[in-house]
Design a protein around this ligand. Structure first.
Ligand SMILES: Cc1cc2nc3c(=O)[nH]c(=O)nc-3n(C[C@H](O)[C@H](O)[C@H](O)COP(=O)(O)O)c2cc1C
Length: 151
C-alpha cells in the first residue's frame, strides 16, 4: 500500500509517534510518505491508497479539544474539497485529564467524513504519550495492523 501520513505537532510527541508508525509500516512493506498538514494541497490526496491524519488536541481560538492550528487552517483551505473514496484513518495524542480527550481528532474526523472520506478504523486516541511511550507504541502497532494488509 502507498500511505501518506499528514500530521502536526507542538511539543514533538505526535512527530515521534508518527515516525515510529512509519517505521512499522515500512517493515510491513508499505511505502510511506509524511507531510505537514500546512503543506497539504488538493493534489496531495491523489496518489496514495491510505491517508493517516495525526494531530495533538489543544486549546485553539479559545476552544478546548481542537486539532492543531495548522489542521484548523487545513480545514479552512479544504472546506470545498471532496475526500470521496479516500481511505482515511485518524490518530492523535492527548491527555485524559482534559474535558475533551483527543477532541481534535473528533473535529477532524467529522470534517473528513462530511466530505465523503471513508474512515477505515476507530480513531486511535493516545493518552499521555510522553509518560508511557512503550505502551503507546504497542497500541499503535496493533491499531495499524487492523486496517493495513501486508504487501
Ligand atoms: C494548552 C494545552 C491544551 C491542551 N488541550 C487538550 C485537550 O483539549 N484535549 C486533550 O486530550 N489533550 C489536550 N492537551 C494535551 C496535548 O494534546 C498532549 O500533551 C499531546 O501529547 C501534545 O502532543 P504534541 O507533543 O504532538 O504537541 C493540551 C495541552 C496543552 C499544553
Amino acid at each position: 500500500m502507498k500511505i501518506l501520513i499528514i500530521y502536526e505537532t507542538y511539543s514533538g510527541g505526535t512527530k515521534t509517534a508518527v515516525e515510529f508508525m512509519a517505521e512499522e509500516l515500512i517493515k510491513m512493506n508499505h511505502a510511506v510518505d509524511i507531510i505537514h498538514a500546512i503543506d497539504a494541497k488538493p493534489d496531495s490526496f491523489s496518489k496514495h491508497d491510505l491517508y493517516i491524519f495525526a494531530t495533538p488536541s489543544w486549546l485553539e481560538r479559545d476552544r478546548e479539544g481542537q486539532p492543531h492550528i495548522n489542521f484548523i487552517k487545513f480545514m479552512e483551505k479544504f472546506e470545498k474539497e471532496s475526500f470521496e473514496n479516500k481511505n482515511i484513518a485518524l490518530m492523535g495524542l492527548g491527555d485524559a485529564t482534559y474535558a475533551h480527550f483527543c477532541g481534535g481528532i473528533d473535529v477532524l474526523m467529522k470534517f473528513l467524513e462530511e466530505r465523503g472520506g471513508k474512515i477505515l478504523a476507530s480513531p486511535l486516541k493516545l493518552d499521555s504519550y510522553f509518560m508511557k511511550p512503550e505502551e503507546c507504541r504497542k497500541i499503535m502497532k496493533e491499531w495499524i495492523s487492523k486496517f493495513t494488509l501486508k504487501n
